[in-house]
Design a protein around this ligand. Structure first.
Ligand code: G6P
Length: 609
């Protein structure tokens, strides 16, 4: 995700800010910038691309003078990565500079309100709205202006704020996005991540939601949402830099698994308005949805597995023929697609060579393409006819977890939109799905609190040489992903089968104590899958079953080991079922001493055929 750093003291701020930003590079970013008060005004320098560009532009910071400043590395969510969209954003008066991590969900309505008041905007970002809004409320008291402004913001934010009228202070505010203040000798800092300041100090305070900090050279004062002054504990950081980058988690994969509640919430809430799915800013208009006669979903690896989930959902709910096709197969299969085919292209990176080629082939044949992409400004995002972004932030572990979950979330939205517009979903049913969608982040959070149970199971089974996954319908799609996660990071041979296929070959591989992971969350076929479980237990396989809590009793009778996910709408079980499988794969790999974040022979983004 984006990175924030701020400094106030006696030294030149720019080199300290640039160093802090360099420590945040690992988080991924596509542009960077700093604002420094130079004794007369706030000077802002920004550059798209690598931090190197900003370092060159500022002559390693030597060209920007002043001892108070804020800096930022941006990962684009609203608007292309560009100089103008990079942070800091400065209000039209030039008085307020803001860096921001997070997403302001109501930025469009705030922007319209400010435009109606004559405020002129320069960028496409949600962050510029924050800078302009603070300026709009500013009447000499900057703390009050910040407080009034953040009160109007929906969504998540960590903010670093500089005001040219008050160069003796920096302000920091947060809600649902991490932010710390750090105590130096005769200076103080703000940062989104301790790594940015660990070189200078190990004494920090963690800001909580809706708190504001006024950071001066010699003091830091905290306020709650009512602007009452509060005290906060000072924490001593004893982690090394590497541990700090992972936010205290042992691996990026584990950190990213834990980010899923937030990522799913962000991704969904960007397209749910007043209890309804709203994809009106995509190509899925009513006329278009009625026009298409089939859907092809293309992707590679885990993105393809999301396509398999999507295919079941679209056929069941929107009653439209849908197929998931591996991008590498699609491109050479002389696909039958035309202007009535909707081709949905799924890619975290937006740069996977086979997926790009498949998308271009689909376009050449006249199909319309809708991309589900994580990286703003990537090739697929640029070339597709329409894009829906997953708001997962940068993913660092090679094995995808949070981007996969965000892609699933988008697919539920597409399914509801298509089904509604094709007249296949009643309003009450849509409303029930939306309610269940809104509960998903909390339910994922709940699953994460039971991770020790998966750690124990992994300790029991990590020596197995072969592990099979079975499931039917959506559970089959989840089995594909669970099996891929396990094999890619633990190097254990694993395969996933549709439950009904067992008898057609695979069952010959079941020996006493072979582990079979039965994914049995799809309510309608629960009993059928339990029959498959009986087939393998009869051959003395060990079975670990993932089921909904509502089927705990029956699943518990059939399988020696179980993990129960909270009950949810039948369409949404993939989002809950995938989490225990990710954690199981993670802990198995941990027990086997594997290089979890960088598994052998694999790459995060496969940009060659
Ligand atoms: C690689 C990654 C996978 C990913 C696949 C597709 O194999 O290791 O995690 O699912 O590429 O990548 P994309 O960026 O197109 O989603």
């Amino acid at each position: 995700m984006c990175g924030i750093v701020g400094y106030i003291g006696k030294e030149e701020a720019a080199p300290i800010l640039l160093y802090g930003l360099s420590r945040l590079e690992y988080r991924g970013y596509d542009s960077a910038g700093i604002s420094v008060y130079d004794g007369g005004e706030v000077r802002t320098v920004k550059a798209a691309g690598k931090l190197e560009n900003l370092i060159r532009l500022t002559e390693e910071g030597r060209a920007v003078h002043g001892s108070v400043g804020i800096g930022h590395t941006r990962w684009a969510t609203h608007g292309e990565p560009s100089d103008v969209n990079a942070h800091p954003h400065v209000s039209a008066s030039g008085r307020i500079a803001v860096v921001h991590n997070g997403i302001i969900e109501n930025y469009l309505s705030l922007k319209q309100m400010l435009q109606a008041e004559g405020v002129v905007f320069r960028s496409e970002t949600d962050t510029e709205v924050v800078a302009q809004l603070i300026d709009f409320y500013y009447e000499g008291d900057i703390l009050r202006a910040v407080s009034r402004a953040v009160d109007k913001l929906d969504g998540s934010y960590a903010l670093g704020i500089l005001c040219s009228d008050h160069p003796d202070m920096l302000l920091a505010a947060r809600k649902e996005s991490p932010l710390i203040v750090a105590y130096g000798e005769g200076c103080n800092y703000i940062a989104s991540d301790v790594t940015a300041v660990l070189k200078y100090t190990r004494s920090v305070s963690y800001m909580e939601d809706e708190e504001i900090a006024v950071v001066r050279e010699g003091s830091i004062t905290f306020y709650n949402e009512y602007l009452q002054q509060i005290e906060k504990p000072v924490v001593h950081i004893d982690w090394d830099v590497e541990a700090a980058e992972k936010g205290g988690y042992a691996h990026f994969m584990l950190k990213e698994i834990h980010e899923q509640p937030r990522v799913v919430k962000n991704t969904l809430s960007a397209h749910i308005r007043n209890g309804r799915v709203d994809l009106s800013d995509t190509m899925l208009t009513e006329d278009y949805c009625r026009e298409i006669d089939k859907v092809q979903i293309i992707g590679c690896g885990s993105a393809y597995h999301v396509g398999v989930v999507g295919r079941y959902l679209l056929e069941k709910y929107a009653r439209i023929p849908a197929e998931a096709v591996l991008a590498s197969e699609f491109r050479y299969s002389e696909p039958i697609v035309d202007e009535k085919t909707l081709v949905i292209v799924i890619s975290q990176s937006g740069e996977t060579a086979d997926t790009i080629a498949a998308m271009r082939e689909a376009k050449r044949l006249g199909a319309k393409t809708l991309a589900i992409v994580n990286v703003v400004g990537s090739t697929i995002a640029k070339e597709a006819d329409s894009v829906i972004y997953t708001l997962a932030g940068p993913e660092i572990a090679v094995a995808t977890t949070k981007a996969y979950s965000a892609q699933l979330a988008i697919f539920y939205l597409i399914t509801v939109a298509l089904a509604e517009k094709r007249g296949k979903l009643k309003e009450a049913e849509s409303a029930a799905i939306v309610r269940a969608l809104e509960a998903l982040p909390g339910q994922i959070e709940e699953i994460l609190t039971h991770k020790e149970a998966l750690q124990q199971l992994a300790s029991k089974y990590f020596n197995n040489s072969s592990i099979f996954f079975i499931g039917r319908n959506l559970d089959y799609a989840i089995s594909l992903e669970g099996s891929l996660k396990l094999k890619e990071i633990s190097y254990i041979h694993s395969e996933a089968y549709a439950g009904g296929e067992l008898k057609h070959g695979t069952i010959s591989l079941i020996e006493p104590e072979t582990l079979v992971i039965a994914v049995a969350t799809y309510e309608q076929l629960f009993d059928k899958l339990m029959s498959n479980v009986k087939e393998v237990t009869a051959r003395k396989a060990s079975v670990f079953c993932v089921a909904q809590a509502r089927n705990a009793e029956d699943a518990g009778k059939a399988a020696a080991d179980c993990f129960f996910i909270p009950d949810t709408h039948e369409m949404l079980t993939p989002s809950l079922a995938c989490v225990p499988l990710q954690l199981f794969a993670y802990y198995v790999a941990l027990n086997r001493g594997c290089d979890i974040d960088k598994p052998r022979n694999l790459a995060k983004s496969v940009t060659v055929e």
